[in-house]
Structure formats: structure tokens, C-alpha cells
Design a protein around this ligand. Structure first.
Ligand code: 4GX
Length: 232
């Protein structure tokens, strides 16, 4: 993934937190570009209206199909290989496996809904939905940022890309082994001897055991005999 276009009624939220740290550096170095577009720029009425009430009644507003699809069609026409994804609690769950898949795409278009959701016809035409988890946000923008952050750290030249190239299955899953830095003794609590031994093979083995043990205890669903599930 080298290019991300985001469609939102709050484009000013970007780059936001993506401007700092590993992703911020990738943006600065031009390894990645994130461009936010204002959905209102794709309206054609005086009031630049992006939402309307729901047929059938009920509370809340719905994003109108015309501006959304005008934007999405324009992105697709400019780049037929662009992968267009709607952030939605009803989407496929984002896992590290999905993150790796998306890192292999050249161009993502992330569509951020607001309100009660988007018109079903727009949703159908977009075709792909992704959820960052089973909870309800008030808009797709933070979810889009989560996707970009997770994917960007796998891009060549970033820290996460080093990790994913190694076979450190457990650390890539987020189950870091216990980490220690100086001092060797803190308030009477010592750093495990093996880490100070200088025996790299033993250290590696200890770290794997620790990561696996933590995963077994806290996320047994991610452990399969000898391997890990959940996409890592
Ligand atoms: N993971 N939300 C989107 C509005 C909406 C609803 C349906 C499209 C279809 C969320 C999540 C999330 C709240 C973003 C509802 N847009 N997005 N918004 N969880 O909760 O991605």
C-alpha cells in the first residue's frame, strides 16, 4: 500500500495521529500518501447536503447515495485497481492477516460513514466492508486511521516490516515476550538471568516460550498446536 484516499465529511481529522511516529515518518519520506477528501465536494446542490432521513422513518440520518457514489466512481475510474472499502461494524473483522493482505495493495480508498449508516445501494456498489471490532463508533474515521496505522507499519522501510520479514510469529501477533531494560535490578526485582547470559539461541527460545505462554493463557483462541491462529 503506497496510496490511501479517505472519503469523509470530516477530512480535517486527517492526518491527525497518523502524522506522528512510524506512520508520520513514512508520510514524510513519501513511502506512503494519505489524502482525505471531503464528501461534500461531491455534492451538486447549494446546501452541499450529504445526508437525508431514512425511508420508513426512525431516528438518525443516512448518507445519501449520490455524493458517495460520485466520489467512489471517480476514484475507480482514475484507478480501476483501487481497493474501495467501507468502514462498518458489519464488515469483515480486521485481523493481522487482513492487514498483511491490505499491505499488498497499491491503492486503498477508505470510505467513512457517519450517522446511522449509508444508503444500501451505495453500500452494495462499494462492495467491501471492514470492521475494526465489535463496538460502535460515531464515524468510520478512527477506524480508517486504525487500518492505515496497522498497514503502514508493514511497508518496506518501516520498523514493522523488519519484524514481519523475520519469523517472529509471536511478536508479530502483538504478544511480545517480557521486555527489560536497565537497571538490571529495579527495587530488588531482577532481570531474568537468561537475558543477560549472551546466549542468543537460548534467549530466542526463552522469548518464544514466554510469548506462547502468555498467548495460551490470555488468548487460547489464537493458539493452534505449533502455530498461531488469528492471522499470524
Ligand atoms: N469498525 N462505525 C461507521 C456508520 C456506518 C454504519 C454502517 C457504514 C455502514 C466501525 C467499526 C463503526 C460506526 C463506523 C457506524 N457506516 N467502523 N458508522 N466498529 O463502529 O469500523
Amino acid at each position: 500500500m503506497t496510496r490511501v484516499d479517505v472519503l469523509s465529511i470530516f477530512p480535517e481529522l486527517f492526518p491527525g495521529p497518523l502524522g506522528a511516529g512510524v506512520v508520520g515518518r513514512a508520510l514524510e519520506r513519501g513511502l506512503l500518501s494519505v489524502q482525505a477528501h471531503d464528501l461534500r465536494d461531491f455534492t451538486d446542490d447549494r446546501h452541499r447536503q450529504v445526508d437525508d432521513t431514512a425511508f420508513g422513518g426512525g431516528p438518525g440520518m443516512v448518507l445519501k447515495p449520490e455524493p458517495l457514489l460520485r466520489a467512489v466512481r471517480q476514484f475507480r475510474a482514475a484507478d480501476p485497481s483501487a481497493r474501495v472499502i467501507l468502514l462498518s461494524p458489519q464488515g469483515r473483522r480486521l485481523t493481522q492477516e487482513v492487514v498483511r493482505e491490505l499491505a499488498g495493495e497499491a491503492h486503498l480508498v477508505l470510505v467513512c460513514g457517519r450517522y446511522q449508516g449509508v444508503d444500501e445501494r451505495a453500500r452494495e456498489e462499494i462492495g467491501e466492508e471492514l470492521s475494526i471490532g465489535d463496538y460502535v463508533l460515531s464515524g468510520g474515521e478512527l477506524a480508517a486511521m486504525v487500518v492505515v496505522e496497522a498497514v503502514a507499519r508493514l511497508l518496506p522501510g518501516t520498523l514493522g516490516s523488519q519484524e514481519s520479514l523475520s519469523d517472529e510469529t509471536f511478536t508479530e501477533s502483538g504478544f511480545e515476550p517480557p521486555l527489560y531494560t536497565r537497571p538490571a535490578v529495579f527495587e530488588g526485582r531482577e532481570v531474568p538471568e537468561v537475558l543477560r547470559s549472551g546466549h542468543h539461541a537460548e534467549i530466542e527460545r526463552w522469548r518464544r516460550e514466554q510469548s506462547r505462554e502468555q498467548m495460551r493463557r490470555r488468548r487460547p483462541d489464537m493458539v493452534r498446536d505449533g502455530a498461531t491462529a488469528g492471522g499470524v
